[in-house]
Design a protein around this ligand. Structure first.
Ligand code: FAD
Ligand code: NAP
Length: 537
């Protein structure tokens, strides 16, 4: 096999999203030779792929941006509280230019396999472009939400109109003017896209299987004075974010829900509603562990949303009854609920009237009625957290496939190591806070830990690091037990793999919070990497 190797490097990094880009920068800075591969033809990750109308971040831009370089923080001006996709991609391109990151990447190239050589403990990484790279370390930064999911609806292939997935949106954009459009799916992507598609289309039908909790973003342009204040306060903002559960500087109310008066409770919900978006789930610290506390938050939300929707029968369909608020990521929207007040928008609840099939001209429902369509938008989400790495043939000790090792659900130690796969790291994936927090800071947290770890190995003459089986078992149990102590398992969410037929139902992220997790992994490093075996060369 060695005679086919085209290149030999210290590190291969797979992916050029926020995580991969920072990994390339940091590891190159340590003096390692780094080779990056990216399936897309440029940097950006989810922001490269998700170009649907209305795509924007749900963590404030000032927080959803890198903290590792003070000059970068100070020089970049965000135009809005929640920046839209084109601006975020511009930012990531700016980062790539500023730190000269593209030179380490081959774009439009997918990594297809990674195989461990048990003698040398090096990885042989193969791509669909024919490269065969030998690397000491193999770093996956392939994203939790980068493997799109299109449900298997009978007849979908017969549809004569155009079909799109929000996560693979055409770069040239789509003109829905004059068209009858159907949007299938009401997660964050669907809810963000619906108001803008409704503005363009002749008629829009929204097909909803499960209603979702969404909260207006309260998005607004940032003026010069706000930006100046935010930048002056950046160090404190980041300090609070690093201690927090979600990687943002906004702490939950200091008291539990029922330890305050009804008036104070209402004022706290009102304040979070005004703040906008996803952080509503963290108004009170017990909101995601105590059913009664959760119900208080939910009832306030329902009152607010019913006030936005003119037709009470439509509002009935838009109010979720199947999961506690916050147990699926709360969506951050702009005028979603008001969109259903338009005459040219219809909501079809698939719970009452399921899709029977798609045919040449539209969608046929269980009651025999048809919805004639010119275009269908699948806002149907992702094979989350494991989908992208599952597509790569990763083989560790004894030729064992990672996909098989994870067939009952992902098994990691700290989200960072897997027994049998030395020197292989899957960043911001299962077993870490990742998608439950601000992922930009999660990426920095993982990459910084990794950089310190690789330096430690070199300084002490080790050639490899490998998670211990027992540590993996304990971490899997800890992640499971922490999730079981919350309300999260009560929702059929993608956190649990519930959106993918046949996927094992296992809560995949670490639910204990970004700050707590940071302390755990820092303690492990300080202990000399307890739970890992360091292998001498
Ligand atoms: P990604 O951005 O997914 O990048 C991974 C890259 O790896 C992709 O470009 C992919 O093409 C590439 N890749 C995958 N497999 C291979 C392979 N085999 N070979 C080569 N390349 C490969 N999180 C937040 O915290 N706040 C937000 O506001 C937020 N908004 C989001 C909006 C959308 C529409 C989506 C889908 C997700 C959002 N997220 C948000 C979560 C998002 O996943 C993270 O914020 C973050 O962008 C992930 O970065 P990443 O680099 O880890 O992964
Ligand atoms: P998602 O949350 O998984 O939503 C997918 C939607 O498609 C759900 O409404 C789902 O219904 C529906 N669906 C799936 N299969 C279906 C089927 N066979 N028939 C009918 N409906 C079906 O995916 P997403 O909206 O792309 O969001 C994924 C995650 O990406 C978010 O949770 C968030 O973390 C991130 N994101 C963030 C933003 C942002 O605001 N910054 C924007 C987009 C995405 P069920 O609920 O019934 O399964």
């Amino acid at each position: 096999m060695n005679d086919s190797i085209t290149e030999s490097v210290d590190v291969v990094v797979v992916g050029a999203g926020v995580t991969g880009l920072y990994a390339v920068h940091r590891l190159r800075g340590l003096g390692h030779s780094v080779r990056g591969f990216e399936r897309g033809d440029d940097v950006g990750g989810v922001w490269y792929w998700n170009r649907y109308p209305g795509a924007r971040c749900d963590v404030e831009s000032v927080d959803y941006s890198y903290s590792f370089d003070e000059e970068l923080q100070q020089e970049w001006d965000w135009s809005e509280k929640y920046a839209a996709q084109p601006e975020i991609v511009r930012y990531l391109r700016h980062v790539a230019d500023r730190f000269d990151l593209r030179r380490s990447y081959t774009f439009a190239t997918s990594v297809t396999s990674a195989e461990l050589d048990e003698e040398t403990l090096r990885w042989t990484v193969r791509t669909d472009g024919g490269e065969v790279v030998s690397a000491r370390y193999c770093v996956f930064a392939v994203g939790c939400l980068s493997s799109t999911h299109v449900p298997d609806v009978p007849g979908a292939g017969d549809f004569a109109g155009a079909t799109y997935h929000t996560g693979e949106w055409p770069h040239e954009g789509v003109d829905f003017g004059g068209l009858r459009v159907g949007v299938l799916g009401t997660g964050s992507s669907g809810i963000q896209a619906v108001p803008l598609i409704a503005e363009q289309a002749a008629h829009l039908t929204v097909f909803q299987r499960s209603a979702n909790f969404s909260i207006p973003a309260g998005n607004a342009p940032l003026d010069e004075e706000t930006r100046r204040r935010q930048k002056a306060d950046y160090a404190e903002r980041r300090r609070l974010s690093r201690l927090s559960g979600g990687g943002s500087p906004h702490a939950a109310h200091p008291s539990a829900t029922f330890d305050v008066s009804p008036e104070e409770r209402r004022a706290a919900f009102e304040e979070r509603w005004e703040l906008g978006g996803v952080l509503y789930s963290k108004t009170f610290p017990d909101q995601l562990t105590d059913r009664a506390a959760n119900e208080e938050a939910r009832a306030f939300w329902e009152e607010k949303v019913r006030a936005l929707v003119e037709d009470p029968a439509v509002a009935d369909l838009l109010v979720p009854t199947d999961h506690p608020i916050g147990t699926k990521r709360i969506v951050t929207d702009s005028h979603y609920y008001e969109t259903f007040n338009r005459d040219d928008v219809r909501l079809v609840s698939l719970r009452e009237n399921a899709i029977e099939r798609i045919d040449r001209t539209g969608i046929v429902l269980a009651d025999g009625s048809r919805v004639e369509l010119d275009a269908i938008v699948f806002a149907t989400g992702f094979d989350a957290m494991t989908g992208a790495i599952d597509r790569v043939d990763v083989r560790g000790r004894g030729g064992r496939r990672l996909k098989d090792v994870w067939s009952g659900g992902p098994r990691t130690y700290l989200g960072l190591g897997v027994d049998g796969f030395p020197n292989l790291f899957n960043l911001t994936g299962p077993g870490s806070p990742s998608v439950m927090a601000n992922v930009v800071l999660c990426a920095e947290q993982h990459v910084d830990w990794l950089a310190d770890c690789l330096r430690h190995l070199d300084e002490h003459g080790y050639r490899a690091i490998e998670a211990d089986e027992e540590a993996v078992e304990q971490w899997v149990a800890q992640c499971r037990d922490r999730a079981a102590a919350t309300l999260f398992p009560a929702a059929n969410s993608w956190y649990l793999g519930a959106n993918i037929p046949g996927k094992p139902r296992v809560f995949m992220p670490f639910v204990g919070g970004f700050g707590v997790y940071g302390e755990i992994i820092a303690d492990v490093a300080a202990s000399g990497y307890e739970g890992f075996t360091l292998i001498r060369g």
